[in-house]
Structures are given as structure tokens and as C-alpha cells.
Design a protein around this ligand. Structure first.
Ligand code: MV4
Length: 443
């Protein structure tokens, strides 16, 4: 299996392959020659210079690496080409087993306006808004009048917060409609914009789903990802402290119903917003494994990447025959090589000393090691600490202990920042929504 990813997720996939007896091929840029995923794979191919367009985003070079190594399958991880239907289609045409959903399903769900329409057809509640993408600013004005301000403009090819604008009154709409369209054109090559009623301070709750491509879909619990900074998730946890078992059943069933309607296959995540009235609304679907998947692994006890690979190899997984139950509480902190006392500017460089935390209920997913040079070219995520406890307080206490134990010298990291959130009274009480970071000044 060729892993078309880098960093901690590439390592994660290699670990799953080793346990399945699958040989691995790592691809890397020149800047990643000393990266841990290259050291732990069975084979490795340097596919180009540091710039992603010359390496991790370069489909011909990745396919060539698969050809010369005689790879049978490709795992895209997350980021880069992991949601590229084109890449999935090319892998299929080159008889490389894609570890992920069918390209046709990826295509549909990558257009966020189409995803909304499909989920509405499936009977899943969506945020009131436009039917598909907006023709022009006049339609935007008309739809906004119907649903009332504030509204949110979103790029159909966007997702994860890119290309969105909050519009609080009609006078702003025309200008923001054009600026959002231009940003979408520049960022995604597509101007498409759709419009939704802006829900004030919702909670961001997502459901891990696993489908077998025939319409059979199971859910593996929910994750609360409301603690975000500039649309980057910082802390995720499962279960969500915001819902009880009745609401949990409701959102898990919505996710299964929606994923089943599109005959989803492989791992996927259905994102919902929970508003102040306690209503769920479908937001978007991620057709890849997510950074925060370990939170679900800790409360279910299953290795999701191994099950995803088993499904791709055999067409099924033992999970489909099981009653999925969860136990205890799990929390994840994403650690970035950024300087929180200097506007979170990236702080790449050599890791001079590295000592990860351990002990009961602690997992560290990281590609760091003493002497490793964190490159400046890629996402600043360098480690994830995931803790498990019988209840939320034990998971939180273990996270505080772990972050305090974690030693990374040579570069600045967001560990102190994450510790301050972990010790925040509202966070400790589980009472937070997506406005937490802004409202409490963790900016
Ligand atoms: C929203 C929303 C409220 N109303 N959509 C979209 C991308 C994802 N990262 C979060 N998104 C949101 N979409 C409607 N109609 C609130 C969020 C949202 C959010 C928005 C602004 C700042 C931080 C946020 C954190 C989580 C969710």
C-alpha cells in the first residue's frame, strides 16, 4: 500500500498496515527525507521538491511512485488529495485500490451545495438557505430576505470554514457576495456560493460513520468539535457534553440515514450544527479519515484505519455485524508548531529534545523525534495527545497531566495555550459552543 500522505497520519496508516501484514510504500518530498513515516515504511520514493504542487499534490508523480513500486493500493490519509474525486478516479483507472469512498460519492459531497440538497432529499434537516448555489447577487438578496439576517455565505467548493462570510444586513450583502466569490475562485477555482441562515454560537457535533458502499452504514459515536480557532479545530471530545442519550440517538440516526441514502462506503464524517433550541442541522460531510479519529477509537476500542483497509480489501468488516457501544470519555488536543505568544505564527525548526507523556489512558500520535527538523512548508500539526477516562473529568485530568509532561524543546508549540483552555472553568464544566475561543479571548 502506498501512503499518499505525510506526518502523523502517514505513520498512523503504516502502523495499521504492519498489523495487517501489508507492505508499505512512503512517498515524500525532498524536505521530508528524514521524516518518521519514511523511516518506518518498507519502501520509500522521493517524488519531488518541498512545494506540495511538486510533491504531495502531484498526481502523476504519486501514480508513478505506485507503478515503480508495484503498489496495489493507495491510502490518501487526510489533507492534500484525500477528498479529490479526480485522484480517486485516476487510481481506479490505474487499477490501484483506493482506500476511501467511491469517486462519484466524493464528487457529490465535495460540492457543499449539492451535499445540502442530497441531505434535504434524504429527509435530513439542513440549515434554511438557498437551493444549491446562487445564480447572482439578486438571488442572494431575495433568499436572504426570505430567511432573514444574519446569513452566512459559503463557497460550494469550500468547507472547513474557507470562503465563508457572515452578513448581518442587506447593505453588506452585494459586496460580500462578490468578495466571497472571488476568494472561492482564487482558492478553489470555482466561484459557486450558497447561502444559509447564520446560527448564532452553535455547537459543532460530528458523527463518525462507516459504510460498505451498498447502503449499509453504521455510526461509531459523535465528536464535539466546538473548540475551534479560526476554523481550525483545537480540541475534540467524545461523547459531546452538550447532548443527552435521546439527542445522541437522534443525531446518530440522522447521520446513518444520510450516509445510507448516498450509499456511502468507507469511513466518513457527517458534520452537524446544534442550535440553541436543541435542533440539529446538517452542515457538510467529510469523505476522508479525520485528524480527530483517535477520539472515536478510544471510546469504541476499534482501530478505524484497519477496519477501513479491511473493507477495501474484502468488501466488508466485522464491525458491520457488531453492536457498537462506547465506554468512558476521550479528549484530543492538537499540538501545533506555532508561537501562541506571537500571533500563532508557525515556528518550524529542529526538535532538540522530545519527551512524550505516557501512563494510563494516554495516547500520543506524532511523527516527532529528537533531532527531527520540522519543515516550514506544510501544516503545523506536529502531535496529537488523546486521553481516555471513565468520565470527562478523568479524561481532562489526564490531558492536563499529559500536556504538562510533554517536553518538546527547540521549537515553540501550542501546549501552554491548550493547557490554559483545559483549565478554563467553562471548559471544565463542559459549557462551551463555537464562540468559546473568541468570547473567552483565547485568540
Ligand atoms: C455555520 C455556523 C453557523 N451558521 N453555518 C462552517 C465551517 C466550519 N468550520 C464551521 N462552520 C460554521 N458554519 C451556519 N449556517 C457556524 C460555523 C462554525 C463557526 C463559524 C465561525 C467561527 C467558528 C466556528 C466554529 C464552528 C462552527
Amino acid at each position: 500500500m502506498l501512503i499518499a500522505a505525510r506526518g502523523e497520519i502517514a505513520l498512523r496508516i503504516i502502523r495499521a498496515c504492519k498489523e495487517l501484514g501489508i507492505k508499505t510504500v512512503a512517498i515524500h518530498s525532498e524536505a521530508d527525507a528524514e521524516s518518521l513515516h519514511v523511516k518506518l515504511s518498507d519502501e520509500d520514493v522521493c517524488i519531488g521538491p518541498a512545494q506540495p504542487v511538486e510533491s504531495y499534490l502531484n498526481i502523476p508523480r504519486i501514480i508513478s511512485a505506485a507503478e515503480i513500486t508495484g503498489s496495489d493500493a493507495i491510502h490518501p490519509g487526510y489533507g492534500f488529495l484525500s477528498e479529490s474525486a479526480e485522484f480517486a478516479e485516476i487510481c481506479k483507472s490505474c487499477r490501484l485500490q483506493w482506500i476511501g469512498p467511491d469517486s462519484s460519492v466524493m464528487e457529490k459531497m465535495s460540492d457543499k451545495a449539492m451535499a445540502r440538497s442530497l441531505m434535504r432529499e434524504a429527509g435530513i434537516p439542513i440549515v434554511p438557505g438557498s437551493e444549491g448555489s446562487l445564480e447572482d447577487e439578486e438571488e442572494a438578496v431575495e433568499v436572504a430576505r426570505e430567511i432573514g439576517y444574519p446569513v452566512m455565505l459559503k463557497a460550494t467548493a469550500g468547507g472547513g470554514g474557507k470562503g465563508i462570510r457572515i452578513v448581518r444586513k442587506e447593505e453588506e450583502l452585494r459586496h460580500l457576495f462578490h468578495s466571497a466569490g472571488t476568494e472561492a475562485e482564487l482558492s478553489f477555482g470555482k466561484r459557486g456560493i450558497y447561502l444559509e441562515k447564520y446560527l448564532e454560537s452553535p455547537r459543532h457535533i460530528e458523527v463518525q460513520v462507516f459504510g460498505d458502499h451498498t447502503g449499509k452504514v453504521i455510526s461509531l459515536g459523535e465528536r464535539d468539535c466546538s473548540i475551534q480557532r479560526k476554523h481550525q479545530k483545537l480540541i475534540e471530545e467524545s461523547p459531546s457534553p452538550a447532548i443527552d442519550d435521546v439527542k445522541r440517538r437522534e443525531v446518530l440516526d440522522l447521520a446513518v440515514k444520510g450516509a445510507s441514502y448516498i450509499k456511502y462506503g468507507s469511513l466518513g464524517t457527517m458534520e452537524f450544527l446544534l442550535d440553541n433550541n436543541g435542533d440539529f442541522y446538517f452542515l457538510e460531510m467529510n469523505t476522508r479519515v479525520q485528524v480527530e479519529h483517535p477520539v472515536t477509537e478510544m471510546v469504541t476500542g476499534y482501530d478505524l484505519i484497519k477496519e477501513q483497509i479491511r473493507l477495501a480489501a474484502t468488501g466488508t468488516s466485522p464491525l458491520f455485524g457488531k453492536e457498537i457501544t462506547t465506554r468512558g470519555w476521550a479528549m484530543e488536543c492538537r499540538i501545533n508548531a506555532e508561537d501562541p505568544s506571537n500571533g500563532f505564527r508557525p515556528d518550524p525548526g529542529k526538535v532538540v529534545f522530545y519527551h512524550p507523556p505516557g501512563g494510563p489512558g494516554v495516547r500520543v500520535d506524532s511523527h516527532l523525534y529528537a533531532g527531527y527538523e520540522v519543515p516550514p512548508y506544510y501544516d503545523s500539526l506536529i502531535a496529537k495527545v488523546i486521553t481516555w477516562g471513565e468520565d470527562r473529568e478523568e479524561a481532562r485530568k489526564r490531558m492536563v497531566r499529559s500536556l504538562e509532561e510533554f517536553v518538546i524543546e527547540g521549537i515553540k508549540t501550542t501546549i501552554p495555550y491548550l493547557l490554559s483552555i483545559m483549565k478554563d472553568p467553562d471548559f471544565m464544566a463542559g459549557s462551551f459552543d463555537t464562540s468559546f475561543v473568541e468570547r473567552k479571548g483565547y485568540v
